[in-house]
Design a protein around this ligand. Structure first.
Ligand SMILES: N[C@@H](CCC(=O)N[C@@H](CS)C(=O)NCC(=O)O)C(=O)O
Length: 213
C-alpha cells in the first residue's frame, strides 16, 4: 500500500487520508510530493487522475479523495466508523458536512503547522463556522461521551475529518467557549498519530511565507 501526500505542514486533506491508513493498521509507504512547486501537478498526476492528494494505491487500484480513502479502508476494517447504526449515520453526516463545507475557515485559517498565528484569520464568516464546529463537537460529546473521549466515543473517521481543524485551532489559538469542545480539542492534539504527523511537519524544510499561505 502506498499513500501519496503533500507537505505535512500544509496538506490538510493528506492528513485525513494518512490518519485513516494509520488507524487501519496497514503497513504503507508514504510518497510525499511537495506542493506549490512548478512540477507539483505533473508529479501528482503520475498517481492521481484528480491531480490532488491524498491518493491511496492498493494492488494497482488508485483511490483519490480523503473521504473515499477512509471509506475504502472501513470496508475491510469496520471499526473506523462507530459500530452503532444511528451513531454511524450521524458520524457520516458530520464528516460529510466537514468535507464539503467551512470554506471561510479553510481560506482564512489555512493549516500551517510551522506557524503560530494567535488571533489571526477571524472574519464574521469564520467565526460563524467556528461556532458551528463547536456545536457539532459539543453535541457529539454530550451524546456519545460515555463511550470514550472522541466525537463518537471511540476514535473514528469523524475525528480524522476534523483533525486539520484541530491543528488550525491550535495554530490560530482559537478560543472555544464550551469545555467539552476544549477537552476534545486537547484529546485530538494529544493523539499519537496527530503527534507523529506534527513532528514530521516540524522537521520539514521551511517554505518562504509567501509560498506558504
Ligand atoms: N476533497 C479532496 C481535496 C484534495 C485537495 O484539494 N488536495 C490538495 C492539497 S491539500 C491538492 O492536492 N492540491 C494540489 C496542488 O496544490 O497542486 C480530498 O478530500 O482529498
Amino acid at each position: 500500500m502506498q499513500l501519496i501526500i503533500g507537505n505535512k505542514t500544509y496538506s490538510s486533506w493528506s492528513l485525513r487520508g494518512w490518519l485513516a491508513v494509520k488507524a487501519s493498521g496497514h503497513a504503507f509507504k508514504e510518497i510525499l510530493i511537495p506542493l506549490r512547486q512548478a512540477d507539483t501537478r505533473t508529479q501528482i498526476l503520475r498517481w492521481s487522475s484528480s491531480g490532488k492528494v491524498p491518493c491511496l494505491i492498493d494492488n494497482g487500484l488508485a483511490i483519490w479523495d480523503s473521504l473515499a480513502i477512509a471509506e475504502y479502508l472501513a470496508e475491510e476494517f469496520p471499526p473506523l466508523w462507530p459500530q452503532d447504526g444511528a451513531a454511524r449515520a450521524i458520524a457520516r453526516a458530520v464528516s460529510a458536512e466537514m468535507h464539503s463545507g467551512f470554506p471561510a475557515l479553510r481560506q482564512n485559517m489555512s493549516m500551517d503547522l510551522q506557524a503560530s498565528l494567535p488571533g489571526q484569520g477571524h472574519t464574521p464568516e469564520v467565526d460563524a463556522e467556528i461556532r458551528r464546529i463547536e456545536q457539532i463537537w459539543t453535541d457529539c460529546r454530550n451524546q456519545y461521551g460515555s463511550k470514550g473521549p472522541y466525537l463518537f466515543g471511540e476514535y473514528s473517521i469523524a475525528d480524522m475529518m476534523f483533525a486539520p481543524v484541530c491543528f488550525r485551532f491550535e495554530t490560530y489559538a482559537v478560543s472555544l467557549g464550551n469545555s467539552l469542545a476544549r477537552d476534545y480539542l486537547q484529546t485530538m492534539l494529544a493523539h499519537p498519530h496527530m503527534q507523529e504527523w506534527k513532528q514530521a511537519a516540524l522537521a520539514e524544510p521551511a517554505i518562504a511565507p509567501a509560498e506558504a499561505r
